[in-house]
Design a protein around this ligand. Structure first.
Ligand SMILES: [Mn+2]
Length: 345
């Protein structure tokens, strides 16, 4: 064994903001909570959390949605509830968190209650552009301790499809003392079940490969995708100990490292993994504490800039992924994004 699975894309239940949102969210989130064996009392708190999120979206937000899912991190499991909207933003975030009622009549009502209930809570609001809220409820005792590299991602299928052809996964490298992880972003060609099948195969190959270098791992994924329609795939070795990122990719995956306001793009080669893989090349970037690696499919515009998201990159990878997807997704394709952040201990 030279690696352990840290996290990977699971099924995300997306719920659009309509009159049935609160009831649907309660039902779906409650089922997930019971599915990971949260107590009846804790499951009721998950239901309360999504009810507050739904009420907020329906009353105050433009173009809102909830995403609920089970997330896994090493040996732990949680229900995660994400709220995403495209405005108007929360004017008085501190006030909204201090006292749920002080934000009455504006977006943000109930946020204080959600923060008190959840094990992990985060919010990021861009005035006029949109807000994302994250709440996690862990099975067992509270949130697990994060390692030097914290990672997470989010996918959303093109409208009309139930499954997403974009996927991601994160694997720890045992010999690096938990300070290094491998991160994969995969965009199965097209969309729907056949694209999702390519994604499933890529995740399995990524998980089971004995390779630890991005170029060699990409070759293994290429071999595993030969019987599929193919995919764009990039694999990154994120090493907090050496403070380096190495990336090898083929096809249209955007990857960049942002640190101290600077931004380093990491190139993928032309090609289709599974069909036509050029000789892999590896690109590198510095990865100091505070840095974040962002990788996403072409279901997100690559015109966004870290400077457009003040305060976001210090938050959790799930929240970073959710806000960038919220702002940059193009809506005519599956969207997928994964983030790995270098956290100071
Ligand atoms: Mn795509």
């Amino acid at each position: 064994m030279n690696g352990t699975l840290v996290a990977e894309a699971g099924d995300v239940i997306w719920l659009r903001a309509d009159v049935a949102l609160a009831a649907a969210a309660r039902r779906e989130a409650g089922q997930l909570a019971r599915g990971i064996c949260l107590s009846a009392e804790r499951a009721a708190q998950v239901e309360l959390c999504v009810t507050e999120m739904a009420t907020n979206l329906l009353k105050h937000a433009r173009d809102g949605a909830l995403a609920v899912r089970v997330v896994r991190s090493r040996d732990r499991v949680a229900v995660e509830c994400l709220s995403l909207d495209n405005g108007p933003g929360i004017d008085d975030l501190e006030g909204a968190l201090r006292d749920g009622t002080s934000a009455a009549g504006t977006l943000g009502i109930g946020l204080g209650a959600i923060e008190r209930l959840a094990d992990t809570f985060g919010v990021h609001s861009l005035p006029g552009r949109g807000t994302v809220v994250q709440a996690r409820f862990w099975a067992g005792d509270g949130a697990p301790e994060a390692g030097a590299v914290d990672a997470g991602g989010l996918t959303r299928p093109i409208s009309g499809e139930q499954v997403c052809g974009d996927t991601w996964a994160v694997r720890g490298l045992a010999e690096e003392g938990g300070e290094a992880v491998l991160v994969m972003m995969c965009d199965g060609l097209g969309h729907g079940p056949l694209a999702a099948r390519a994604g499933d195969r890529a995740r399995t190959a990524f998980r089971e490969s004995r390779q630890t270098r991005p170029a060699a791992l990409l070759q293994d994924i290429h071999d595993a995708l030969r019987a599929t329609r193919g995919a764009a795939v990039a694999v990154a070795l994120v090493d907090a100990g050496r403070q380096r990122v190495e990336l090898s990719g083929a096809g249209n995956i955007t990857a960049l490292v942002t640190a101290d306001g600077s931004r380093t793009g990491l190139l993928s080669m032309p090609g289709i993994v599974g069909l036509q893989l050029p000789r892999p090349r590896t690109f590198e970037a510095a990865f100091p504490p505070g840095a974040a690696l962002v990788m996403h499919s072409d279901g997100l515009s690559d015109r966004w800039k870290p400077a457009d998201f003040p305060g976001l990159l210090t938050l959790t990878p799930s929240l970073i992924a959710a806000q960038i997807l919220n702002q940059a997704a193009v809506r005519r394709d599956d969207a997928g994004i994964v983030v790995a952040a270098h956290r100071q201990p």
